[in-house]
Design a protein around this ligand. Structure first.
Ligand code: ADP
Ligand code: TYD
Length: 208
C-alpha cells in the first residue's frame, strides 16, 4: 500500500502550523493513519541540528545553512518519510524541499541549478503528492510573528528583513506557476475556519 505525502509551506507566520494541527485532528477523527512531522527537526538527529544552527546565535555561513537543511532532510526522508509512506500512512510535513528553493534560493540568492541538485541529493527525488502554500503579504506575517514572539522562542530567520521575505514569497509563487497541480496557493489572509474548509477540500480530493 502506498501512502500519501503532503507538505505545508509559507513564509514564517503564514498560519501553516495552525492549519496543520487542525487538519491532523480532522483526519485522525476520520480514521486516517497520519504522521505529523516537520523540517528542520523531524528526526532525533534533525532536532539536534535544528538546535545547533537554527535556534542558536552561532554564526552560520549561507552555504553551511543550505547543507544543514539538506542534511536534516536526507535523514528525515530516509528514516521517517519513506518508511511511513511504505506502510501506507499519510505523512504531513510542516515544510520540506520547497522551503530550500524559497529561502536559500529566493532569500539567500543561491543559484537555481545548485539548489535543484542539493534537493535531488537530499530527497532522492521524493516529491510531495500535494503541497499547500499559505500565502499572506509580508507585512501581515510580520504582525503575526510579533504577536507569536511573546509566546514562543524565536529562530534566526525571524531577524530577516521584509525584502528577504518578499524574495522568499516570490520564489514560492514561482513554484506555483511551474507546478500548479501539486503546489496549491491558499489565501492565508482569511479567518482560520475559512482556510480550514479549503484545506479539507483540497486534501479530501487527494485522499478519495
Ligand atoms: P507558521 O507556522 O506559518 O509560522 P502559525 O500557525 O504559528 O504560523 O501562526 C502564526 C501566528 O498567527 C500565531 O499567533 C497564530 O495564532 C496566528 N494565526 C494563524 N492563522 C491565522 C489566521 N488565519 N488569521 C489570523 N491569525 C492567525
Ligand atoms: P520554524 O521555527 O519551523 O518556523 P515556522 O514555524 O515558521 O515554520 O523555523 C524554520 C525556519 O527555517 C523558517 O524560517 C524557514 C527556514 N527554512 C529554510 O530556510 N530552509 C529550509 O529548507 C527549511 C526546511 C526551513
Amino acid at each position: 500500500m502506498k501512502g500519501r505525502f503532503i507538505t505545508f509551506e509559507g513564509i514564517d507566520g503564514s498560519g501553516k502550523t495552525t492549519q496543520l494541527r487542525s487538519l491532523e485532528a480532522f483526519l485522525r477523527a476520520s480514521g486516517h493513519d497520519v504522521v505529523i512531522t516537520c523540517e528542520p527537526g523531524g528526526t532525533p538527529l534533525g532536532r539536534r541540528l535544528r538546535a545547533a544552527f537554527l535556534e542558536s546565535d552561532a554564526t552560520v555561513s549561507p552555504l553551511a545553512e543550505l547543507l544543514l537543511f539538506a542534511a536534516d532532510r536526507a535523514q528525515h526522508v530516509e528514516h521517517l518519510i519513506r518508511p511511513s509512506l511504505a506502510e501506507g500512512k499519510i505523512v504531513i510535513s510542516d515544510r520540506y524541499a520547497d522551503a530550500t528553493e524559497a529561502y536559500q534560493g529566493g532569500g539567500r540568492g543561491f543559484d537555481a541549478d545548485l539548489i535543484a541538485e542539493v534537493i535531488e541529493l537530499a530527497t532522492g527525488g521524493l516529491k510531495p503528492d500535494l503541497t499547500l502554500f499559505f500565502d499572506i503579504p509580508v507585512e501581515t506575517a510580520f504582525k503575526r510573528m510579533a504577536n507569536r514572539h511573546a509566546a514562543s522562542r524565536a529562530n534566526r530567520m525571524d531577524g530577516e528583513t521584509a525584502e528577504f521575505y518578499s524574495s522568499v514569497r516570490r520564489a514560492y509563487l514561482a513554484i506555483a506557476d511551474r507546478e500548479p497541480e501539486r503546489f496549491r496557493v491558499v489565501d492565508g489572509t482569511r479567518g482560520v475556519a475559512e482556510i480550514e474548509e479549503d484545506v479539507r477540500q483540497v486534501v479530501g480530493k487527494l485522499l478519495n
